[in-house]
Unconditional design. Sequence first.
Length: 432
Amino acid sequence: MAQRLTNLMLKLWRGSLVAFLVGVLGFLGCSSEPQDTPLSFWVLGGEGEAVRLLVEAFQQETPDVRVVVQQIPWSAAHEKLLTAYAGDAMPDVFQLGNTWVPEFDALGAVEPLMLSAREKEDFFSGILDSSTVHGRLMAMPWYIDTRLLFYRRDLLLAAGFEAPPTSWSEWLLMMESLRDRTSGQFKALIAPLSEWQLPVILGMQSGASLLDAEGCFGRFQAASFRAAFHFYIELYEKGFSALMGDAQMTSLYQDFADGRIAFYVTGPWNIGEFHRRLPPSLEGVWATAVMPGPTGPGASLAGGSSLAVSASSRHKEKALALVEFMARPQSLLTLYHATGDLPPKRSVWSDPLLLASPPLKAFRRQLDRVIATPKVPEWEQIASKIVLYAERSARHEMTEEEALLGLDRDVDRLLSKRRWLLSGACDQGRAP
């Protein structure tokens, strides 16, 4: 805690010194920075081209502001952002995966944002919560990546089911029927063991917190997560899904087209992929549905990306204006048309194009049931541990009890530094 206070004082002292020097140089007529210094904007993944169109519109509206866009692959983004922070070279505005927001908040790398009550109401509450840390909005929700069921209508109809499952029991019944109809030759579900999202979704549906209230200890042995974990492992035990990782996913679309898969839990990016990769004859045959939950329609993840303003930016007012522009309903609609990224604001969903898309109807319903992952900087590491122990249990390398015990143990180790920083606040969350 003392070290953290020291670092804070150094930051404040450095900021005051810089402000003083800039003021002196300005008085002497020798500004330390040209007035036309552009805003730097780092965009991740495939949104770069769409962002350039939006930036052009922003610059037409604010001709005194120039914006330089740099596109960064998702695979390199996290490390590049951390390197930029360490080198005091952060961009003015940058895109963050929603699960990264707590980490960059803990570093003091992002500027808090302000929204009116009316603006907050326009965002889906779970999505807004995913970018909010300790009651402060640290990044502006930009687009949504949640997950739900993609399924084959015809396969369910052939098995005697006229509608997709809404509960775990219905889902199990359908998968059993599909498995038995093909004597186990085809798999009812594709659930890659390399993905942490499905076991976490199931856990959250069961009411599992995953961590204690302060985010200091793992809670994976709690009854709520234990029930969800058992359901997840059953998907492999009963032969509903094959034991596979990313390397075995190469024939996904062909298998779905051939009817060897009936269910796939995935996100909105696959709407476009299904339209492109599946035969035209299957249009209207595949569909989407809200995630089934323990006793009825269930929750899913509040994933996606947000836009953040660097706390070290020298152009905060202009950077905030750019973020505000990018989050306008028309900008979000433009982004959707260009990329298929789902808008986080309710008002945008009244657009006729979104309303007319059959696959999007289930996504719109799902967005009322999304939950953020625990807001700790260590979440990415915790997620990798969930993958590790879930796969070990699914492959019979350890029992479910052993897997959850090991998961809690490893997560507690990952959170040890957090416990030290928070000191006494974490003692309340210690398991009895």
